[in-house]
Design a protein around this ligand. Sequence first.
Ligand SMILES: [Zn+2]
Length: 104
Amino acid sequence: MNNHKLKIQSECPFCGKQYDLSSLRVISERPQGLLAHLTCSVCRGSIITFVSVSAMGTVTATGVATDLAEDEVLKFEKGKTVSADEVIEIHELLKKGRLDVGNW
Ligand SMILES: [Zn+2]
């Protein structure tokens, strides 16, 4: 039995369409959770989302709009090792609703 439903920001903030979660690309996986990129199949708008799982097994996801394309984010990630502290920092920025990936 799996009662854990992945609650993710599933509506495009640009056009309001449901995201096709198969377009989710994991950028970075850390003990605190994972950072993923989603591109809307309708308007090609992109969000970066941070998905975390608590010790209780609760899944939370926070997303912010980004103007970075998936390959740009992946390229960016490849060029830099993100520390656990930075992941927490990203999570904080996501909570505040602002994240400038270019400044990691
Ligand atoms: Zn869209």
